[in-house]
Write a protein that binds this ligand. Sequence first.
Ligand SMILES: NC(=O)c1ccc[n+]([C@@H]2O[C@H](COP(=O)([O-])OP(=O)(O)OC[C@H]3O[C@@H](n4cnc5c(N)ncnc54)[C@H](OP(=O)(O)O)[C@@H]3O)[C@@H](O)[C@H]2O)c1
Length: 263
Amino acid sequence: MKKFAIFGNPVVHSKSPQMQNAGFKHINFDGAYEKFLLEDGDKIKKEFLKNSFCGANITVPHKEFAFKNADIVKGIAQKIEAVNTYILEDEKVVAYNTDAPGFLKAIESFGKIDKVLVLGAGGTAKAIALALKEQNIDVTILNRSENRLEFFREFGIKASTFNNFKIEKFDLVVNSTSAGLKDEELPAPKETLENILKYSSFAFDCIYGKKTPFLTLAKSLENKIKDGEDMLLYQGVLAFELFTSTKADNSLVEAMREGLKEK
Ligand SMILES: NC(=O)c1ccc[n+]([C@@H]2O[C@H](COP(=O)([O-])OP(=O)(O)OC[C@H]3O[C@@H](n4cnc5c(N)ncnc54)[C@H](OP(=O)(O)O)[C@@H]3O)[C@@H](O)[C@H]2O)c1
């Protein structure tokens, strides 16, 4: 049996095992996927090899450590400098970022998008902004603090704080902050958000499983809204394809979605 895991801290609430195991069952793949609580991110490669995992996902707060520790980093992850997937290939630890393409897949249902505002400047914002830029979509970052904005500017992405932001019309506004995750906060001052959302058509929140204050406000201003469930699902489906060397069809995607919903 091939062994897989999700590394995180905390990891107890992760839904990846139930989603990936549902996928394995659906295609009769002889695999088992477990949670792995990792305290020291710098030990990620050592633990991955020591436990004979064939593949793994990596979640908060280890994505940057996983990037630094990998033998080979492929695709857009080289720019993002954070990875969420490890695969053992020819005794080398090969790393990928499936959050970025997973996000693009999740917003496909909105149709054509030309201009996006991303709220937040953390790891998820990096993945989203670079994925959008690769598709030649115009991206702007808006964050509460200045600290992390230089990363984006180096890629030619506009980035502001609340103080120096000029309101424009965006097709899509994305909340990639953790505001609303464990609290009822908005990701930016209410008046600023209202002035943005009254001109936009779509709002996406990376947070899943709840209607955040951001999505509630966006809906009240007639935006079409979507939470982060599909982003979680598709990053998992893309990792599953790497784990099993199979191409996911619709029935597999739906089996994994059902897996996500298991209690
Ligand atoms: N659906 C999915 O598959 C998926 C995947 C990945 C992440 N996520 C979600 O995405 C969110 C961000 O994750 P991350 O890993 O990118 O986090 P992170 O690296 O810690 O970045 C958090 C960002 O949020 C900002 N922020 C935090 N609290 C805020 C508040 N109260 N008001 C305004 N801004 C605030 C921070 O601003 P400063 O720079 O000023 O600190 C920072 O820019 C989390 O809610 C996570 O659950 C979902």
